[in-house]
Design a binder for this molecule. Sequence first.
Ligand code: ADP
Length: 236
Amino acid sequence: MSLAPVFSLNDLTKVYGEGASAVTALRGVDLEIAEGELIVLLGPSGSGKSTLLNILGGLDQPSSGQALFRGADIAHFDERALTQFRRRHVGFVFQFYNLIPSLTAFENVELVGEVATNPLPPGEALEMVGLANRMHHFPAQLSGGEQQRVAIARAIAKRPSVLLCDEPTGALDITTGILVLDALTQVNQATGAATLLVTHNADIARLADRVIRFADGRIRALERNTVRAKPSELDW
Ligand code: ADP
């Protein structure tokens, strides 16, 4: 028997603005995301990928449709409930790492623990992304890939149910990008957090359980990989 989905999206739409200047970003998205699943979201710029991620993460709300998180419709949460939802359940990783420059890697991760109920010890989170020996370095003393791994450690420190990653390797070269993807896939497996990864790089799709191809605010294709490739096997 399969587990209940962590997210169930039904006919989700999003329109920004009104009247003549209205922009439709999502045009009816239906999707179920299983617990622990790794999904790669591909699609051209402007196709609605970030809008979908923002709604799943409680940063934005849809114009219509349902966004059920373990049965609760976050589309109708008020600000307070959304804040609670984000704090308890969602880890974000963006293209730029947004670390605090005056804090060490350890302290950057520790900070998240202060708003979480049952945080991972910062050392454990940093160990999970292969940075046990860099914990007390400042961001400026770390490479781009290492900073992104600190950002991943920070995202998982609150033990999120969902990890949302928007172009996490967009600013990195191949070698460091692979280390970041290694960290993400290991974290996905170790924590069981359902992981959505938005990317422009179609080769990264081979890492996923399922691949969503997005176009013009809709899911155009949904494929399941029979085998998940390892980051080191990618030929980008
Ligand atoms: P992607 O992540 O695939 O590049 P986005 O979700 O960022 O796509 O954008 C989808 C569409 O919604 C685009 O046409 C974009 O210009 C528009 N859009 C995104 N955010 C806003 C916003 N805050 N206000 C108005 N339009 C927006």
